[in-house]
Structures are given as C-alpha cells and as structure tokens.
Design a protein around this ligand. Structure first.
Ligand code: HEC
Length: 157
C-alpha cells in the first residue's frame, strides 16, 4: 500500500534547509559578541601609526592647518602638506613644536613664542609621533627623503 503522502526529494531538501537556517540563526545570535570582539581585534591589528595619527590630526590639527591638498608656502597657520614648509623641519623640532608650542628658529635653535596651542598634557609622545607619521604622508617622496636627512643631522638617537 503506497504511503498517502510520500516524502519527496523536495520535502527532504526543504527540511534540511530549515534546519540549517535555525542553526545559522542560533550561531548568529550567539556569536554577535564574539564577532564584535574579532572585529575590534582586527581593527587594532590593522591600525598603523599613520592611521592613528590621521585620527588625532582630524580632531586636533586640521581646523588650523588644513588637509592634504591646497594652500601655499606663505599660509598662516602653515599648511602641513607638500605646499607648506613643515617638511623642512626635523622630527625632533616638529615634536617639540607640537608638544610645547615653541617654534625652533633654524639658525639659533632658540625657542620662540608661538600662536599655536601646546599639546603637552593633551597628547602623549606616542600620539605626537603618530601625528608626525601622518603629516609625512602628505609630502612628496623628495620632501620625505630630505626631511629624513634633516632628522638624521639634527635629532639625537
Ligand atoms: C588654533 C590653531 C592651531 C591648532 C589647533 C594647531 N596649530 Fe600648529 N600652528 C598654528 C600656528 C598659528 C602656527 C605657526 C607658528 C606660530 O605662529 O608660532 C603653527 C605651527 C605649527 C608647526 C610648525 C610650523 C610648520 O612648519 O609646520 C607644526 C609642526 C604644527 N603647528 C603642528 C600642529 C599639530 C600637529 C597640531 C595638532 C596636534 C596643531 N599644529 C594644531 C596654529 C595651530
């Protein structure tokens, strides 16, 4: 006697499909916390000094110093990009300027008073190093090479 409702291939397939959906849904609900943790970890692993510096720069510097494009060498506040003169200062001079708001006169190396706020206390040395790493991304290869040379000549270590 044939079964009144034979199990068709299609019926079995649908059953398996529903089971798979239930399992997937359970996994998804159960693992959103784990997924978020993995995503945070991934972000952290992929962050570079430049990308961290870019965030600091957007918040603390871009309002006065502008972004990667535009400007001229005579702008005040100076542009940090390839059109400005930031690349003509060594790393230690840039860091001192950002930390203590003192412009280092290239001839005498005497700190001068400045119209820029000091970031000491608001940014630590790692933040300042990252911001300088980001500023470097706005320069041309030649400017980067020349500034590297300056840093070797003028900065200890
Ligand atoms: C309120 C405006 C203002 C903010 C915000 C500001 N600066 Fe400045 N900055 C200036 C001015 C003005 C000068 C020009 C020097 C002077 O007047 O003494 C300057 C000069 C500089 C210089 C040296 C000049 C050069 O060659 O580029 C550096 C480096 C610098 N700023 C970096 C930064 C960084 C990095 C930040 C963010 C962490 C920042 N500044 C935030 C106004 C600002």
């Amino acid at each position: 006697m044939p079964r009144p409702f034979p199990r068709t291939r299609l019926g079995m397939f649908r059953g398996a499909w529903i089971a798979a959906e239930v399992v997937l849904l359970g996994l998804l609900i159960g693992s959103t916390g784990a997924l978020a943790a993995i995503r945070d970890r991934w972000d952290l692993m992929n962050r570079t000094p430049e990308s961290r510096g870019a965030q600091v720069y957007q918040v603390s510097c871009a309002g006065c110093h502008g972004g990667p494009a535009g400007g001229t060498i005579t702008d005040q506040p100076p542009k940090h990009n390839a059109n400005g003169h930031t690349w003509q200062h060594a790393d230690c001079e840039l860091m001192q300027m950002i930390r203590d708001s003192t412009t280092v006169s290239v001839s005498s190396r005497h700190p001068l008073a400045s119209a820029m706020p000091a970031f000491r206390g608001r940014l630590d040395d790692d933040d300042i190093r990252d911001v300088v790493a980001y500023i470097r991304t706005m320069w041309t290869d030649d400017q980067r090479a020349s500034q590297r040379q300056l840093t070797r000549e003028r900065c200890a270590g």
